[in-house]
Design a protein. Structure first.
Length: 87
């Protein structure tokens, strides 16, 4: 959204470090490392005072104790491909 080439960059934000972080995150296969890169990009936006967040979502995944392998990505997406339930 805040990459220099993004059509959604409505504020016209430009920062080479941001572009580098976004490019690296797009290529990163490890979801934890990718999330860390996006967190660094987010901090850069805040440090540059490009945007001011008005709120932050908090995710509280709740599952029965029998649910196994429930994966929640750093973006808060619940992945169901590997979930199973213990009998």
């Amino acid at each position: 959204m805040f990459g220099e080439d993004s059509a959604d960059n409505y504020v016209g934000y430009r920062n080479d470090a941001m572009n580098d972080l976004i490019a690296e995150a797009r290529q990163e296969l490890d979801p934890v490392r990718r999330g860390d890169l996006y967190a660094q990009a987010n901090q850069l936006l805040i440090s540059d005072h490009a945007v001011i967040p008005f709120y932050f979502d908090v995710l509280y995944p709740v599952a029965k104790s029998r649910v196994r392998n429930l994966e929640v990505t750093p973006q808060g997406i619940i992945r169901l491909e590997t979930v199973w339930m213990e009998h």
